[in-house]
Design a protein around this ligand. Structure first.
Ligand code: FHN
Length: 421
């Protein structure tokens, strides 16, 4: 149990502990926008007037919505937490907000979807994350602050009221995932002032001392959020790459989405995040009936089967800067490093510049001990591999080192030519 300071605050290191162990989470974008099936930005991109778009609420009745099903798909994929849209840019709440009539409890669905998601998540032992959009397109003051100052103020007031509802009415929340902090014609450095983010996040942390907050309310808080790419933050800074399985143009359901990432691509992204001591938040966009499409569930199932065998290379991973060339990449846990192989090299794997003594090497999955040869310039040769890759999407060799594995510094960059140390 994390220790609380007398002020009630919990150190960032304590708060980040579960997050570093988790490494992999599910993002869920669901709302009225699933009904037209042209992505979560359809209202804005097609300039659908507020009243016309709001008619979708009269059709919101996801009869196949089953929070336990969503959570089960995430858990089977090897995901340890979820982040679900409580309200996206269109303003429609999936929770029973007392400061808005535009909500799932006022639709034919008639239920607080967020409450059911929280219950299912906790029951399955997953951590609970809330996505919340600061901006709300229904407020003219969002687009024209100076022309509609009262509307802009009302939108900010809604943020503070609804975030406090989310922080006080659903028990312990583990991640607050802000989005939509950008404001037209307002420089980034002035966003926090516009949303009164310091006051907002002080309130959040008062109610939820353990919570992790991302960097999208205009203040850095706990987590960087690279989107649709996997890029590590500086050592010591928490980060999480969020990504769609389908085309990057849509996080909400796109009925005729022609492109979905392959399982190897998705597993490589997960490994890349773990190698950089970051997390991978992989998104699904449920259909209007609340079920998750096969193109997403099939990939998540395949990832789960891979993680079942190789999860020790991912969960609780630490940063690893060993080079691996075109073969793949390294993750690390103390003095153990995991060579995640995306392109099978054949009977032996050769990696350069390994600056630590190897004690043993094992092909995970088969548990086969490999022959180890350490040569000049930190060149490591691992042999005794099968000619064909044991498992399709990616394979892992666990290498136990005598000390923390770090890259060798090449004092003479030409020495390897003559096989000199
Ligand atoms: O505009 C949103 C978008 O709809 C989606 O929610 C992504 C997820 O990170 N965030 C914003 C785009 O950066």
């Amino acid at each position: 149990m994390a220790r609380k300071r007398s002020s009630g605050a919990v150190s960032q290191q304590e708060r980040m502990r579960w997050f570093h162990k988790a490494r992999f989470g599910m993002f869920v974008h669901f709302g009225l926008y699933a009904i037209p099936g042209r992505g979560e930005w359809v209202m804005y991109r097609e300039r659908i007037p507020t009243d016309e778009y709001a008619k979708l609420a009269d059709r919101f009745n996801p009869k196949k919505f089953d929070a336990d099903e969503w959570v089960s798909i995430a858990k089977q994929a090897g995901m340890k937490y979820m982040v679900v849209t409580t309200r996206h840019h269109d303003g429609f709440c999936l929770f029973d907000s007392q400061v808005s009539d535009y909500k799932s409890t006022n639709s034919p669905f008639g239920r607080d979807l967020v409450a059911e998601y929280v219950t299912a998540c906790r029951k399955a032992g997953l951590k609970v994350g809330f996505y919340y959009s600061l901006l709300d397109w229904r407020f003219p003051g969002y687009f024209e602050r100076d022309k509609y100052p009262d509307s802009a103020k009302a939108m900010v007031r809604q943020v503070h009221q609804q975030v406090e509802e989310l922080m006080t009415r659903y028990g312990r929340i583990d991640v607050l995932w802000y989005d939509g902090g950008w404001v037209p014609d307002l420089p980034h450095e002035r966003q926090a002032g516009f949303w009164q983010s310091k006051k907002l996040n002080n309130m959040v942390r008062r109610h939820q001392p353990h919570i992790l907050i991302n960097n999208r309310s205009g203040t850095n808080e706990d987590l960087d959020t690279p989107e649709q790419h996997v890029t590590a933050s500086d050592p010591g800074r928490g980060w999480e790459s969020c990504m769609t399985i389908g085309d990057s143009c849509g996080w909400g359901y796109i009925r005729n989405n022609p492109n979905f990432k392959t399982v190897p691509q998705l597993i490589q992204n997960l490994c890349r995040a773990a190698a950089g001591e970051g997390n991978y938040l992989l998104n699904v966009g449920p259909k209007p009936d609340g079920s998750i499409r096969n193109e997403e569930t099939s990939r998540l199932k395949a990832i789960g089967e891979w993680v079942d065998t190789y999860g020790e290379a991912i969960y609780d991973s630490q940063r690893c800067d060993l080079p691996a060339g075109q073969i793949g990449l390294w993750t690390r846990k103390g003095n153990d490093a995991y060579l995640c192989i995306f392109r099978w090299p054949g009977k032996e794997a050769v990696v350069p510049l390994v600056g630590a003594k190897v004690k043993s090497a094992t092909l995970l999955g088969e548990g086969k001990r490999l022959k180890v040869r350490q040569e000049h310039n930190g060149r490591l040769v691992l042999s005794g591999l099968p000619v064909r890759p044991p498992m399709k999407p990616a394979n892992v060799i666990k290498v136990r080192f005598a000390s923390e594995p770090k890259p060798l510094t090449e004092t003479d960059k030409a020495a390897w030519l003559e096989a000199k140390a």
